[in-house]
Design a protein around this ligand. Structure first.
Ligand code: ADP
Length: 475
């Protein structure tokens, strides 16, 4: 079985959040399940500088009425035999556009066309023809539509990693891609504006849609007409006249990258047997560097966007201040949320530190040095930081939503509080700190967290079953 993964980020080459982690590790787990997987992503300048690759070919594509050349480069996912193809074009795929840029729609449409051309090229020159393309999020959600437009009968799976990013661009994009309006399904025809929902197109034209946890899948279905995604799924089901597969498959984490026993980025690596000494050493070094006293330490690691619930931390700050603790925040993102985090550090200089940047090594050190990680997300499709934190013996205090519910057992390997409730967040934090003062109970919880299995194996088997089902139905 040959599967081509299409995504715009892939760790360690380029990573902005959990999607990068998933694309950098799930293919390796699938390969262990005897699936021949390759990955394709854009060859951004930043990737090129850090990971120069060998050019192996070139394809021509027609976009916006012009012929464009795309360079094909080939590499491997580190520590594996999984091939990754990088596609390079100076005009559309050299620079990673900021989230606000309008150009991103054009770039991902261009990338999606290039992916389809790559499939032809791989088939002809490399004798490698994928049986199925697995697209991830809206960035590559136009691929199924382009395949249909060219009458290519190649099955596709679309995984929604976060439905709050749907890619709603102008229908002018369809002209650039030389796709007729009638071929697209979810154009909203306003009085003057024609709007295209890219994720929606992916839902309609792919064979199967999945998301990254069972609870998030249910939340999407429960959202009824509140969100367009539900409406699209429903419409697709009606048009097909049969029950449509929409499945939640939980993400895992890469146990070779996230392993406190072998993590070179830590001051003192540690195992489940040596975590007490190990974590203390890591904590000692970090707190000295940040000029904070040695005491209970909470951390927050994540993209600074509304989703992640910094507002709840701000509102609960009076309670946190009573604990005799440190709180260390790491993240970057939207200006407004970054400002809110800076303000916390300014307002509470004796115990809050905020690092507003993206720094992979620092994140490892923070996971290892902290006692608790705060995850007050308003919604969380899967979430990886709770899994990473638990592997590092750091207890999550998280909202009862999405994948956090599926991965945290309240009172056993972490704490959950009612989504959006500041008072419950406060109460649960108090309980957590209380438990932490009880050495025996603390030890039981840390051990249970470290023992929880978040490896990819189970999910990889679920994906294999899904691919087999789709390909079986197609034959
Ligand atoms: P999301 O996919 O919504 O960004 P996840 O919890 O699934 O959230 O994954 C976030 C990933 O990004 C984790 O690997 C986390 O360590 C990493 N990360 C987020 N922000 C930063 C940062 N500022 N510096 C380093 N790593 C970060």
């Amino acid at each position: 079985m040959k599967i081509l993964f299409a995504a715009y980020e892939c760790a360690p080459f380029f990573k902005k959040g959990g999607l990068g982690d998933v694309i950098g590790s799930l293919p390796i787990a699938l390969q262990k399940e005897a699936i021949d997987v390759a990955v394709v992503m854009p060859y951004y300048d930043v990737v090129n500088e850090a990971y120069p690759q060998k050019k192996i070919g070139e394809i021509q594509i027609v976009f916006h009425g012009k012929l464009a050349t795309v360079g094909i480069y080939r590499g491997k996912l580190p520590g594996s035999r999984v091939t990754i193809y990088f596609l390079r074009n100076k005009q559309y795929m050299a620079i990673v556009n900021a989230a606000v840029s309008k150009e991103k729609y054009k770039e991902f449409a261009f990338f999606s066309i290039a992916i389809v051309e790559l499939v032809f090229w791989l088939t002809e020159t490399q004798k490698w023809k994928p049986d199925l393309i697995h697209c991830h999020d809206w960035h590559t959600a136009l691929v199924p539509l382009i395949l249909k437009k060219h009458l290519i009968a190649l099955p596709t799976v679309l995984t929604i990693h976060n439905m709050s990013h749907q890619g709603t661009g102008s229908t002018g994009l369809l002209d650039m891609m030389h796709v007729d309006d009638q071929d697209a399904k979810v154009i909203k025809r306003g009085e003057r504006i024609y709007e295209l929902n890219i994720l929606g197109e992916g839902i309609f034209h792919s064979d199967v849609v999945t998301t990254v946890s069972e609870t998030y899948a249910q939340e999407i279905l429960d959202s009824k007409s509140e969100d367009r995604i539900y409406t699209y799924l429903k419409r697709k089901e009606e048009e097909q006249g049969k029950r449509f597969i929409f499945q939640g498959i939980m993400n895992g984490i890469d146990y070779t990258v996230w392993d406190p026993a072998k993590d070179d980025l830590l001051q003192a690596p540690y195992t489940m047997q040596t975590y007490e000494v190990g974590k203390l050493k890591n904590k000692d070094v970090l707190l000295k560097k940040l000029q904070l006293p040695d005491r209970l330490t909470f951390c927050f690691i994540g993209r600074l966007v509304n989703q992640k619930g910094i507002d709840l931390i701000s509102k609960a700050m009076d309670t946190i201040a009573d604990f005799d603790c440190n709180i260390i925040l790491l993240g970057e993102g939207e200006k407004k949320t970054e400002e809110a985090v800076r303000l916390l550090a300014k307002k509470y200089p004796s115990f809050v530190r905020a690092e507003i940047f993206y720094n992979e090594p620092y994140s490892h050190q923070l996971f290892a040095a902290s006692d608790f990680i705060l995850i007050p997300s308003h919604f969380e499709p899967c979430g990886l930081i709770q899994m990473i934190a638990m592997r590092y013996g750091t207890i999550p205090i998280a909202s009862k939503t999405g994948g956090l519910v599926d991965s945290i057992q309240h009172g056993k390997n972490g704490f959950l509080f009612e989504n959006g409730s500041v008072s419950d967040f406060r109460d649960v934090m108090k309980k957590a700190v209380h438990l932490y003062q009880d050495k025996k109970k603390r030890h039981a919880m840390i051990t249970s967290a470290m023992e929880t299995d978040f490896s990819w194996k189970k999910s990889a088997i679920s994906y294999r079953e899904l691919y087999t089902k789709i390909l079986g139905e197609r034959i």
